[in-house]
Design a protein around this ligand. Sequence first.
Ligand SMILES: *Cc1c(COP(=O)(O)O)cnc(C)c1O
Ligand SMILES: [Zn+2]
Length: 440
Amino acid sequence: MSPNATLRCFSGCDESFPVTRAVYRCPRCGGLLEVAHDMDALARLSGDEWRQLFDSRYMKTQWPYGSGVWGKKEWVMPVVPDELIVSMYEGGTNLFWAERYGKTLGLSDLWVKLCGNSHSGSFKDLGMTVLVSVVRLAMQQGLQVKAVACASTGDTSAALAAYGAAAELPVVVLLPRGKISTGQLVQPIAHGALVLGLDTDFDGCMAIVKRLAEEGIVYLANSMNALRLEGQKTVGIEIVQQLDWQVPDWIILPSGNLGNASAIHAGFEMMKALGLIDRFPRLVMAQAEQANPLYRAWSAGEREVTPMQAQPTQATAIQIGNPVSAPRALRALHAMNGIVEQASEQELADAAARADRTGMYTCPHTAVALAALEKLVARGTIAPGERVVCVSTANGLKFTEFKTRYHDGQIPGVVSHAKNPPLTLPPDFGQVVDAINARF
Ligand SMILES: *Cc1c(COP(=O)(O)O)cnc(C)c1O
Ligand SMILES: [Zn+2]
């Protein structure tokens, strides 16, 4: 089966384009675009047949269907020939029962989806494999640009640089200087991308890369580009698949630019429309209090998100004041009976420390989701027996500075309640024994 997929206007203008066209906004109304799938063709298989097909491919070797994204190719990007796909077998990340951490909150059925256990260390790989594969197809059809480019808070550029390098495509990344972790900065450097550190924030980088794309100099790889959402939507589908096609009660997601929240919604819509599930989970979008434009709009009951100046947060990947996918996220909130919650710097640091003490190794964004979870449980919104899935979006190892600063008590404005700095001792047996006895 090779159904079609096209780009169309999210606001409903009657215009559509091939997915290989370098168009990022509706030329008529200026609004966002989305990928439309041929649902009639897809409905030729029953929900049961889809489940079986997806399960038969999951984590197997046959190219490219062992990828968590391309195992669902018909739903994601059917128009790319297999031989053009650029994949590093993204997806298929572990979903684990966070028994001990759940217990500390009084939850018995808490799961964590470790999307950071992925090629470039964050869930951005899911969308980037799709975008870079489509760019390859577009170039074969004559697309001419100098490079594929993105503005990034770190993880997008790492993923783009990796997939671009694998596909032998030139990559340009625009980063807010001094605002991302060393680990994230090193990744695009190592992959040979042109790395431009600008003295601004993410939103400032975004404005420049948008203009580069408008002038046809680069192809835009930010999540304003609807292609990425198609790969990113597989995270929700994969969670349900890993739960033996049972829908959890809640999904909690750290949210900045709001592409992933929108993508999760799109995945659930498809599963429901095609008969794989019969209900939605409730979706919680968790924002850093320092960069919370969606939280503000939602709490005030507004129908539009007003851009704000994002303030510094440890959760650098969601330090975004003008989220591009806000209209999509508002639709997702409505459809999934969603909630927006926020976490202060103190709350996210505490949540990370508490979770790490139970064997997790949380990045600051995942910590925002966990802090939101802790608040919703304390408030009684989430009940003890409900099944909750927290999406962990990046690997904690990418955020070593966050951890070391916490345990050194060096995060500005944060009290390190659970700090655990190393002890320095002379090489003396007696003193080592004393140290052990003092602690345990
Ligand atoms: C990109 C990113 C997010 C936020 O995703 P959006 O789609 O921008 O809302 C959260 N956590 C990490 C680690 C990210 O890289
Ligand atoms: Zn339009």
